[in-house]
Design a protein around this ligand. Structure first.
Ligand SMILES: [Zn+2]
Ligand SMILES: [Zn+2]
Length: 439
């Protein structure tokens, strides 16, 4: 089972969010919930009882996902009535959500990783290696490693040991050693073939790749079921169509109704509109019946088209394009979301155990606080960092950084820093600065 969310996961300032538990086999939504942090009428001073108030969450947006996940998994009225227990969760590697779910659950819950997220996380790690190892920059290397990973998962569905062995053989495979390769490697069936799509030489890189693939191999039990989050993605798309980001529906009950409508479409198709009209005794409804029938026909057609090989190829191309666009954006904006936090965290943890260690939060007196401050050459995303300072109770640290562009007048006024002929000056006095990488 799984839940999906939108507007909660990665942008931590969202006013509302939703989640749904989707049955692994049926693909139907079993239960769903919403969290709203703001209400327009309440903000204007209305009493919550004089309108259809949907404000139900006061804490930070970041906590919404975990809260909703735990509520749906542990307290769903529908699941209770049908005497269903969530025993297995498939989700991206968000450790705070699974921790909240486990805290509120009376039985142990197995957490499986979702393949789509895993693939993205693997690509991220490969791109990290590319920064240090020039061999990774050849354009076919990362897609080839990704493909090998995909084959290994697809061909060893349900077999943890074989999957782990397959994953461990991938680094050797790209270094020309095919001894342990499985069926996925063409050298396996044609041992005399000399062709090799990717042949790497840097032994240091080989060790790094081993470390990456070993990590996934060590966690093979979490994703050997080859569960995909496609049902989540399709539900997210339906909600996104009804709840357009450019229109702000989150301040009233409108947003909740839009999510509810998406749930009905997902489970019943657009024919649910007729049922609603029956209940509301609305007539005539010739047009909406025609509309619903047309929508349902189109959805079935789209689903059939989606299974075609050509559609799959096109999806892969589009995914690669999106991936490279995201990389470019992240370069200028920084990483917005740290992937795989749960995978790292759980590496040495026995999967069957109710893992309370990841659930515990530190109190302030157990923490070591470090305060830091950055000065930059301006407010744009491409501005230079010119000074880094940090301090804790006992020590402090400060360093100036070589400027690569002019400092804006307004930034200069605030920081006293200037770039004069490539040298950094503080209130007119030259200071020693170092390259950003060393800092
Ligand atoms: Zn209200
Ligand atoms: Zn091979």
């Amino acid at each position: 089972m799984r839940w999906s969310k939108r507007g909660t996961g990665r942008s931590y300032d969202s006013l509302n969010g939703y989640g749904a538990i989707i049955g692994f086999l049926s693909g139907k939504i079993l239960d769903y919930g919403t969290r709203n942090r703001k209400c327009r009428l309440c903000d204007k001073g209305h009493d919550p009882n004089d309108h259809d108030c949907r404000k139900n969450f006061m804490v930070s947006a970041k906590a919404m996902e975990a809260d909703l996940g735990a509520e749906l998994t542990n307290n769903s009225q529908i699941l209770k009535e049908t005497k269903l227990n969530v025993r297995v969760l498939i989700d991206d590697e968000d450790s705070s959500t699974i921790a909240a779910v486990r805290r509120g659950s009376s039985h142990s819950i197995l957490k499986l990783a979702d393949n789509n997220h895993l693939r993205k996380d693997l690509v991220n790690e490969l791109y990290e290696l590319k920064k240090i190892h020039s061999e990774m920059s050849k354009k076919e290397v990362i897609p080839h490693l990704q493909k090998c990973f995909g084959y290994a998962v697809a061909q060893n569905k349900g077999n943890v040991n074989l999957l782990a062995a397959s994953l461990r053989s991938i680094p050797d495979h790209v270094f020309g050693d095919h001894e342990n390769c499985g069926d996925w490697c063409h050298r396996h069936s044609e041992p005399n073939s000399q062709s090799q799509t990717v042949l790497l030489k840097d032994q240091w890189l080989r060790e790094k790749l081993r470390a990456v693939f070993d990590k996934y191999a060590g966690n093979a039990s979490k994703f050997s079921s080859a569960a995909s989050s496609q049902a989540n993605e399709s539900f997210n798309n339906t909600v996104a169509h009804r709840n357009l980001k450019k229109d702000c529906h989150s301040l009233s009950e409108s947003s909740d109704y839009r999510v509810a409508s998406a749930v009905c479409t997902k489970n019943k198709g657009d024919g649910y509109l007729e049922r609603v009209q029956d209940i509301l005794k609305v007539s005539p409804r010739k047009h909406s019946a025609l509309f619903a029938a047309k929508q349902d026909r189109m959805r079935i057609k789209r689903a059939e088209m989606g299974k075609l090989r050509t559609s799959k190829l096109r999806r892969n191309i589009l995914r690669q394009q999106r991936e490279s666009l995201r990389k470019v954006k992240e370069k200028s904006e920084g990483t917005m979301y740290e992937p795989n936090c749960g995978l790292d965290l759980d590496i040495a943890v026995n999967m069957e155990q109710d893992d309370e260690s990841s659930a515990s939060f530190l109190s302030p007196d157990q923490c070591h606080f470090i305060y830091f401050d950055l000065e930059t050459s301006g407010l744009s995303l491409s501005a230079d960092i010119l000074q880094i300072a940090a301090a804790d109770q006992d020590s402090s640290f400060m360093v100036y950084i070589n400027p690569s562009q002019a400092v804006t007048i307004s930034a200069s006024k605030v920081t006293g820093l200037e770039n004069i002929q490539g040298e950094l000056f503080h209130h007119g006095k030259k200071v020693d600065s170092i390259p950003i990488k060393k800092a």
